[in-house]
Design a protein around this ligand. Structure first.
Ligand SMILES: Cc1cc2nc3c(=O)[nH]c(=O)nc-3n(C[C@H](O)[C@H](O)[C@H](O)COP(=O)(O)OP(=O)(O)OC[C@H]3O[C@@H](n4cnc5c(N)ncnc54)[C@H](O)[C@@H]3O)c2cc1C
Length: 394
């Protein structure tokens, strides 16, 4: 199988320079024209946003310096999706990890394990097998490829969305529990009104020739796909071969050690964690990088993601600690002060240190918005130019 041409995209370097270079390259006009195409002008900013190299207001500010935009511009709108998913997570808590409502079939109609031919990129559907290869090779996928992969897994192969979501999360460099798990629910129809379906014609329209999948399991009409999505019968999988799935790692890299209260006693501490990797720390603070062991046991990452995160943490921090969040909190209690940004991926124990709220582009509505449309109307009400959002942002 040939590699798709856009594999040539450079890897994601875990540096602020790389993040700012991507930001400087954003072209909103080309973005809105071509973002649905696999080789379109998307930004590839997601690993930097997920890990806090850049915040959404910084991204918008950087873009607006060169391109004045209306608030309804496609680029601003897409940034809104990230915040919408975080709004839902904030409102629903751990409920986002189960079906928000029933999809086309009850949960029990779907398998709980992802079949080996999907994990090995050996389904026989080029668009799916190339997406799996790209995910493993780069830790990133175009939005359309994510949609196709998720739709195939859930609606054609009848695998529970949660199994697919956990698998994809573990391999993405930008894996974000809200964006990922809620997008899978949106595709599955458990977080939206109808299942997301796609076919070979759709792939032909948006992807280059290597991805085209005529004659495969996805070469069907939308009526037929809808019938399949609503019946318990799965389409057959592939027949062997494929590539090895990269291993997940649920333990911290070697540089991280157990916490020691004596190292921080009486000091002003700046807390650094995997979701706050952009911070330039005021002089005089002791920079302590922390990993919460229980989070990583529950949500293991690929070696590539560990490399991305740990390289930056090593560069930023004076001390690197790993432990259960309770033990981290106890040791940090010896510090004179602890400063840092909260993030919803951090266990609650660390939020109790009095961390600042996450930086947001929109103030999250107090009441749960039932749909993105409702959220978007609410947060952009009375706003014309995108720059006004920055004045409102915290
Ligand atoms: C099944 C599935 C799983 C996904 N998992 C994740 C995930 O774990 N982490 C993640 O950040 N995004 C996820 N997304 C959303 C989206 O695919 C990625 O944010 C986007 O492809 C990242 O590439 P980019 O930075 O070039 O995006 P661009 O199109 O350039 O957009 C710029 C930024 O806007 C935000 N954004 C754009 N579209 C979306 C969207 N639909 N939903 C949420 N945010 C969006 C992202 O922060 C992105 O970096 C998922 C989508 C699907 C369908």
């Amino acid at each position: 199988m040939t590699q798709p041409d856009h594999f040539a995209a450079p890897a994601f370097e875990p540096t602020l320079q790389a993040a700012h270079a991507r930001l400087a390259a954003v072209n909103p006009a080309a973005y809105s024209r071509t973002r649905n195409h696999l080789d379109g002008a998307v930004t590839r900013l997601s690993p930097y946003l997920t890990h806090g190299f850049l915040t959404l207001p910084e991204v918008l500010h950087g873009v607006l310096q060169r391109h004045p935009l209306d608030v309804q511009h496609k680029f601003v709108f897409e940034l809104g999706w990230r915040e919408y998913f975080h709004h839902v997570w904030q409102q629903e808590g751990d409920a986002i990890f189960a079906s928000l409502h029933e999809g086309p079939l009850p949960d029990a109609a779907y398998a709980s394990e992802l079949p080996a031919d999907i994990r090995r990129g050996a389904t026989g559907v080029p668009a799916i097998d190339l997406a799996v290869r790209e995910l493993y090779a780069t830790g990133w996928l175009h939005n359309h490829a994510r949609l196709w992969l998720a739709s195939y897994v859930v609606h054609l192969r009848k695998v529970r969305w949660r199994a697919g979501a956990d698998w994809m999360y573990g391999h993405l460099l930008d894996g974000d529990l809200a964006s990922n798990h809620l997008s899978w629910q949106w595709v599955a129809g458990t977080g939206s009104r109808k299942p997301y379906l796609f076919n070979a014609d759709n792939v032909t329209r948006y992807a280059t020739a290597a991805w085209h999948s005529a004659g495969s399991a996805i070469d069907r009409s939308y009526e037929e796909l809808d019938r399949i999505a609503r019946s318990a019968l799965a389409v057959p999988g592939g027949c062997g071969g494929g590539i090895d799935e990269p291993a997940w790692v649920d333990t911290a890299p070697p540089a991280f050690t157990a916490p020691d209260a004596g190292q921080v006693a009486g000091r002003a501490v700046q807390l650094v964690h995997p979701w706050s990797l952009g911070s330039v720390v005021p002089a005089g603070r002791l920079r302590v990088g922390v990993l919460c062991a229980e989070f990583h046991r529950t949500w293991p990452w690929s070696g590539a993601r560990w490399h991305f995160v740990a390289t930056r943490m090593r560069e930023l921090c004076d001390l690197l600690w790993v432990a259960e969040s309770g033990a981290l909190r106890q040791s940090l209690a010896a510090a004179a002060s602890v400063d840092g940004r909260a993030d919803p991926h951090l266990p609650r124990q660390l939020h109790e240190l009095g961390l600042q709220q996450p930086v947001r582009l929109f103030e999250s509505p107090r009441q749960r918005c039932a749909s993105f449309t409702q959220f978007w109307r609410r947060v952009t009400s009375g706003v014309a130019a995108a720059g006004e959002l920055l004045q409102r942002a915290n």
